[in-house]
Every structure is written in C-alpha cells, then in structure tokens.
Design a protein around this ligand. Structure first.
Ligand SMILES: [Zn+2]
Length: 88
C-alpha cells in the first residue's frame, strides 16, 4: 500500500466547491426548493448543504430537513444562464 500516488484509484473526479460563496438568495433557494425521494414531497427543505463538482456536473448535496435522507441537486451549467455580471 502506498498513499503517495493513488490518483488512479479514483474513477470519479470530485472538485470541492464552496456553497457559502453563493448569494444568499441562491442558498435560500437551494435550501427550500427541494425534492425528497424518501418523503416523496417537494420543498421540505434541507440542511447541511455541501457543494461539489463531479465529472463536470455541479452538485449541491444536503439532508432532507424532515427525514434526514441525503438529497442531491444537480445545478444547471452556470456559464449558460447569462446571469453572471462579472465574468472575467
Ligand atoms: Zn425526506
């Protein structure tokens, strides 16, 4: 076992992102506009949000505020929605 070079063991590329970098409005929307597979209900809310990129897809992950099941939200490509004012 060596832990100096284990890149090949990782099939999926995960890039951590910072959910807290989103605007308060964005965060609010993610935390309230949810779908829970376990509860089969919308807008129950979620807690403990995390954001990361998996193979080029941005995902916000949290836990259902009601039942605690993990809920994943895929975020639409932010470069195509035209709402970003300070692109470099
Ligand atoms: Zn739930």
């Amino acid at each position: 076992m060596t832990d100096t070079n284990n890149n090949e063991a990782t099939a999926d590329e995960i890039v951590e992102r910072n959910f807290a970098d989103r605007t308060p409005e964005d965060q609010e929307a993610f935390l309230t506009q949810t779908w829970c597979n376990a509860c089969q209900a919308v807008d129950l809310g979620m807690v403990e949000p995390k954001e990361y990129e998996l193979n080029g897809v941005i995902i916000v992950e949290g836990k259902c505020a009601k039942c605690g099941e993990v809920s994943l939200t895929e975020v639409a490509d932010e470069s195509t929605d035209g709402e970003w004012e300070d692109e470099r």
